[in-house]
Each structure stands twice: as C-alpha cells, then as structure tokens.
Design a protein around this ligand. Sequence first.
Ligand code: HEC
Length: 91
Amino acid sequence: MKRLTSIIVALLFIMGVASIGITAETAGKAEDKCVKCHKKEKAMDKVIEKKKIKTTAELLKAVKEGPKAKLHAKLTDDDIKVAAKELKLAE
Ligand code: HEC
C-alpha cells in the first residue's frame, strides 16, 4: 500500500510540473496571440507601419478603441504591451 501511495504522489508531482511547463509556454509570448490572426499582409509590423503607430500608448489605443476592438476583446493590456516591446515601439 505504501508503494502505491508513493507512485500516486510521484505521478501527481510529474503532472503538476508538466502543467506548470505548459502554462509557462502559453504565457509570455504575447506576439503569438497577435500572430494567430495577424499573418502575411496583416502582419503586425505592416499594420503598425500603415497605421503609423510609433508608441505603446498608440498601439493600446488602436487595439482597444480601434474599429476592430471587438476582435481584440480577449487581449489584455499586458498582451499588447509585450507585443509593443517585441515590435520595438517606444514606451
Ligand atoms: C481574433 C483575431 C485577432 C487577434 C488575436 C489580434 N488581432 Fe489585431 N486585428 C484583427 C483584424 C481582423 C484586424 C483588421 C485588419 C485589417 O483591417 O486589415 C486587426 C487590426 C489591428 C490593428 C489596427 C487597428 C485599426 O486601427 O484599424 C492593430 C493595431 C492590431 N490589430 C493590433 C493587434 C495586436 C497588438 C494584437 C496582439 C496583442 C492583435 N491585434 C491580435 C484581428 C486580430
């Protein structure tokens, strides 16, 4: 019985570590959240060039208040800020 318990504990531990790993992978890379929709001619670098977006504040405004705000409803400020950083926009 003791052995079974230790196997179960070990399994739970491994599953816990794996799920933390998966969460860490999905978090962090915010640009992936944009790239899901922003591909090819809609790629983020092209969008910011066309819309003349130069700063993080302008990006936040364009994403949250722009004509496509509804499509962006699931994105958090942090997602947008990380994307801004990856696009090398000013603060
Ligand atoms: C669910 C799909 C989807 C996701 C996810 C998404 N976008 Fe968009 N976004 C769109 C579509 C569709 C447009 C309109 C593109 C066009 O007009 O050619 C758009 C337009 C934009 C625009 C231009 C807004 C304007 O003024 O017209 C910006 C800036 C933008 N997205 C930024 C982002 C950023 C930054 C992210 C990630 C943090 C993101 N988007 C994630 C679908 C998405």
